[in-house]
Write a protein that binds this ligand. Structure first.
Ligand code: IVH
Length: 698
């Protein structure tokens, strides 16, 4: 009978009902996020969170096939067409990619590829790995070599015609082949897929300028690129630093023969003068482990790239095998997007506290509900200064977007205004220093607020922490805890007091056993013989970090000599600008600072250089007496590696180009340093030439 359902039926129906609700809600949330992401260029959640929602919906739909629906976000490619642009139909559906988040997924994909290929063809398998550029996908049409149409991806079938805006992208050739001397002729028809993007540095510079003028800023480079190209006024696009990589020929027609592989296509497109990212890698199927290693390694190093990538794309190289493999739904079987763990996360800001820095600068910090970002638990993030909080209207109890890129300090990007509940409270910079109670000062025209009390214990703690740190005097076992304790106890009133600590009283304190004190004592003792530039670094003079300290102490045999130098004399030194020179002179003009140096001397701390014969065991000093400046991203070496390479050969690396610079080493996206080098006629080397330079002369 209809009314007498068994318990079983009821609970099953309830589950189905709950699932229907849940699926309905998820679809709506996802649609909304897609709209915010694709149309408004203002996402409300991190990609990672979006992926999690999407994954959940996929799972629920798989469990409940009866609830599938043709308008679910899972059966169409995200991205609607804004009303503002003319619609244009793509010549073929603009598919998306299947995502992988783990090595297991990667290997499982390889197995599936093999399963779908006839056995006798599996031996031909090779793969191409290239970055997954995080920008705005564009479709570019060329006819008889002329660029005639450019569109966004839109919903996969129709995109927005943004031709006039794309014409302003300098990397996009309006005519191919670009070099008339090439033997190639343009194909009759060429439709390309590519990614328009903005370099991280250009994005940050733009946001900084905008913030200064109280203009609109963008949440990330992707939104900046998209926002720049989806302008009704192409004059605005033209002023934006948008770049482009192309990575797929969707249609290639004309008099062939045309390449039979994806990598062949990339090479061909490159020869036509199109912007193809050069560092793609090919792997044979037997070398799949090496491919997996490369993918993992790429993930580690991706922050060194000048632009953002959110993963790599692995593709079957043979176009014929690609055709055999075909598609499942909206994804090709021949390609896989391997996504790296996201860098952004959404969490709640529970409080704002201020931190007193070494220079007395007051930095507001966000206390966060702990959140995982890229495998690390983040509990706090910087809020920079008072204006940052005010401009972005960040409040206590706000839900915020937090970013942690590489090893840099996490920062709060912005509050998610649509998540406000009314429980939020505005924050005000305190009027007095939380450590010493003296009034805080903010000078006109400066963003930072300072505690100007020279005797502020919090500042002294930070100064001590810096002095004993690895980059300075490197006192093992001495950290912020010891600094706080000894300052609080009154044992340390200035930096030199580190060498006059009352060890007996310390040993009487809790947690300071005989062994610990003996170790600390000998670490302090040992630090006395550090090279003098470390002591100079430890003093914490404004603008004098380890590189500047080293440069200065190469010129002067002792701190006494340095103290006697005039601003003019100091500015003559290669790598020392007028700002640094002034700061050093100001520091030593103060009597208490000179007394401090005397106190170090009296304690037996080394204040003069000891010239050692070290250079001899360093190998051939090819670059002796030469000065180098690095600019841009080198293809294989990090900045640190290049610096170490040059220094190991007796050369010096400085930060700015002048007539005294011997060589400028330039990589991808060089800065104004390259322009200056060219103006001054300084020889410019690329990475290979730098390395070759050594070899030839050796
Ligand atoms: S190949 C049939 N290669 O990532 C699909 N896509 O979710 C062919 N993307 O918007 C796409 N870098 O446009 C490919 N090196 C690359 C890519 C890439 C970024 C974009 C793609 C799409 C999204 C896929």
């Amino acid at each position: 009978m209809a009314e007498t359902k068994s318990n079983m039926d009821v609970s099953e129906e309830q589950t189905a009902g709950n699932a229907a609700d849940q699926i309905g809600q998820l679809r709506e949330t996802i649609r909304e996020h897609q709209y915010r992401y694709y149309i408004l260029d203002a996402p409300a959640v991190s990609d990672l969170e979006f992926d999690a929602l999407f994954q959940k919906l996929l799972e629920l739909e798989a469990e409940h096939p009866e609830l599938r629906s043709a308008d679910s976000p899972t059966v169409r490619v995200g991205g609607d067409v804004s009303e503002r642009f003319e619609r244009t139909r793509h010549p073929a559906p603009m598919l998306s990619l299947q995502n992988a988040f783990s090595m297991e997924d990667l290997y499982a994909w390889r197995e599936r590829v093999k399963r779908f290929l006839p056995e006798e063809r599996r031996g031909e398998l090779t793969y191409v790995v290239e970055p997954k550029f995080d920008g705005l996908t564009v479709v570019l049409h060329y006819e008889q070599g002329q660029f005639i149409l450019g569109a966004t991806r839109g919903d996969g079938e129709y995109g927005e015609n943004i031709t006039p805006n794309l014409r302003t992208v300098r990397r996009l050739p309006l005519r191919i082949p670009v070099m008339s001397e090439t033997k190639l002729t343009a194909p009759e028809r060429l439709v390309l897929r590519g990614e328009a993007y903005v370099d991280k540095a250009d994005f940050e510079a733009y946001n900084r300028r905008q913030a200064a003028e109280e203009g609109r800023t963008f949440a990330n480079p992707r939104n900046f690129a998209a926002g720049s190209l989806r302008q009704l006024d192409s004059g605005i696009s033209a002023g934006r630093p948008v770049k482009l990589w192309v990575y797929q020929a969707l249609i290639l027609e004309g008099v062939g023969p045309f390449p039979a592989t994806h990598s062949g296509n990339l090479e061909y497109l490159n020869e036509l003068g199109l912007p193809v990212y050069p560092d793609y890698r090919c792997f044979a199927d037997e070398a799949f482990d090496a491919l997996a290693d490369y993918v993992a390694d790429f993930g580690e190093r991706r922050h060194e790239l000048p632009f953002e990538v959110d993963g790599v794309v692995v593709k079957v190289d043979s176009l014929e095998l690609q055709t055999i493999l075909g598609f499942t739904g909206k994804d090709p079987r021949w390609a896989l997007a391997y996504k790296f763990a996201g860098e952004e996360a959404v969490t709640k800001l529970t409080d704002i506290v201020v931190n007193v820095g070494r220079t007395g600068a007051i930095t507001p910090n966000a206390v966060l509900e702990p959140v995982q970002i890229g495998g690390v638990t983040v509990k706090s993030a910087t809020l920079h200064n008072e204006d940052y909080i005010r401009d972005l209207d960040i409040r206590i109890n706000d839900t915020v977007l937090v970013k942690r890129a590489g090893d840099v300090i996490p920062k709060v990007l912005r509050p998610l205004l649509e998540m406000r509940t009314g429980e939020e409270r505005a924050w005000l910079m305190p009027a007095v220093c939380p450590a010493c109670g003296e009034p805080l000062v903010r000078s006109e025209g400066e963003a930072a607020t300072y505690c100007v009390n020279n005797a502020c214990p919090a500042q002294l703690v930070r100064e001590v922490e810096h002095f004993v740190s690895r980059g300075a005097m490197d006192v093992e076992g001495f950290g912020i805890k010891q600094a706080e304790l000894f300052v609080e106890q009154g044992f340390i009133k200035d930096l030199a007091d580190i060498y006059y600590l009352p060890w007996e009283s310390i040993q009487a304190m809790e947690g300071y056993g005989e062994k610990k004190v003996a170790n600390l004592m000998s670490a302090v003792e040992e630090s006395k013989s550090r090279p003098v530039d470390r002591l100079l670094t430890g003093l914490g003079i404004r603008f004098v970090g380890d590189v500047v300290a080293e440069t200065l102490m190469e010129q002067y045999a002792s701190l006494d000599e340095l103290m006697a130098a005039s601003v003019d004399e100091l500015s003559q030194i290669e790598g020392i600008g007028p700002k640094i020179a002034q700061s050093v002179a100001d520091f030593f003009a103060l009597e208490p600072n000179c007394a401090l140096i005397e106190k170090f001397k009296a304690a037996g701390v080394q204040t003069a250089s000891e010239r050692t014969g070290q250079a001899e065991d360093k190998g051939p000093q090819l670059f002796a007496g030469m000065t180098f400046v690095l600019t841009g991203t080198l293809p294989n070496m990090t900045r640190e590696e290049a610096t170490a390479y040059i220094e190991a050969r007796g050369g010096k690396v400085t930060g700015s180009v002048s007539g005294k610079t011997s060589y400028v080493v330039a990589g991808e996206s060089p800065g104004s340093k390259l322009d200056k080098a060219l103006r001054l006629g300084v020889t410019v080397l690329n990475e290979a030439e730098l390395l070759g330079f050594g070899e030839k002369t050796e």
